[in-house]
Write a protein that binds this ligand. Sequence first.
Ligand SMILES: CCCCC/C=C/C(=O)SCCNC(=O)CCNC(=O)[C@H](O)C(C)(C)COP(=O)(O)OP(=O)(O)OC[C@H]1O[C@@H](n2cnc3c(N)ncnc32)[C@H](O)[C@@H]1OP(=O)(O)O
Length: 396
Amino acid sequence: MAGASGRLAWCRCLSAVRSPLQVVCFPALKLHVSGAAMRASLKDLENAVNQVKLLKKDPGNEVKLKLYALYKQATEGPCNMPKPGVFDLINKAKWEAWNALGSLPEETARQNYVDLVSSLSSSSESSSQVKPGADKEHAGYGTLVVTSEDGITKIMLNRPTRKNAISTQMYQEIILALKAASQDDSAITVLTGNGDFYCSGNDLTNVTDTPLGGIEEKAKNSTNLLRDFVASFIDFPKPLIAVVNGPAVGIAVTLLGLFDIVYASDRATFHTPFSHLGLSPEGCSSYTFPKIMGPTKATEMLTFGKKLTAREACAQGLVTEVFPDATFQKEVWTRLTAYAKLPSNVLRISKQVIRNREKEKLHSVNVEESSIIQGRFLSEESMNAVMNFLSKRAKL
Ligand SMILES: CCCCC/C=C/C(=O)SCCNC(=O)CCNC(=O)[C@H](O)C(C)(C)COP(=O)(O)OP(=O)(O)OC[C@H]1O[C@@H](n2cnc3c(N)ncnc32)[C@H](O)[C@@H]1OP(=O)(O)O
């Protein structure tokens, strides 16, 4: 079906995504998927394409890429183009957006396109009037988008082209964002990812900025950062909710044991390949995982790197509830908005009653895990694994 409609979409996107710089600079939008009945027709798709032209507000390049990818998937099926070269940034971004949809059925892509346009149209209509409670974006973050609205502070990991890998800057910004959220007047705090991944874990290029003190100093700095980062989750005083919008890897998975609720799209997977990377468990998972799922299931994940589907993770208690990807955002945010209306002081007290007696233990586990991993950072296995990834010889 790679006919005129496909070529039209390509041209449309070429004019929409003007420069790679804009892809980075436009603020990311919330992609609320409407819960409209499934099965948009071809006519609905055509109407939605026309509606895009009438939007009053530029939706930003992230959304345009998403629209492009959904349109291509809806009209041509899974990505059928060769990956563009590294310097062809615009076409590479488009290719990645389309390719990320994998084997999503054409009808689902069509429905998602129509839903996305309808959510953009309604937000574009209301954006001309400043209404109370409208999204308030917190300034000053380079790797996150942090917003507060309707009693919810949302911390969104925002490096979608790196699958939201956690760079050194992102570790530091998450610590700061959690600190700020712990003191703001929101009732609950949510961590989620922008794009098709929740988070691909530690950014493996973090090791490349070795300080003057050499790799020993690098290992020490990384360990201190890891310990402080995990401590900020242990100490977080209000309900902390993970909205796992896609695959999660490494530290993004282990930390889930410190969250109060974990909602996952059925597209999400949970993978902790520490042994493959020459590393040892962190994020207090050596303690929380055996408690959550029992020691043998924890060993399969943490020692042998077994990757779980969202449904498996839910059956094992790591995930609270799984939602179909097509309605994930709508269902989860509807539920969270209702939860956030409960009295915020009671939510805080309730969390602390449930969690506080474990806090001391968790801090001591964190210190112990961090000291063990410091040795692992310097091991030959770990360095080889990182080098293999960086030289593109290995992927999980
Ligand atoms: C403070 C220290 C803490 C230390 C504790 C360690 C904790 C951990 O989290 S261990 C786990 C670390 N994570 C990984 O090993 C994941 C590595 N990434 C991958 O295997 C894959 O990228 C993937 C499976 C996550 C996704 O594959 P795919 O869908 O095919 O997408 P790409 O590989 O093309 O990714 C796009 C782009 O993003 C780069 N990237 C993805 N993840 C990472 C990462 N974790 N670190 C650095 N870079 C990452 C990837 O290299 C691609 O870049 P380009 O090729 O330049 O486009």
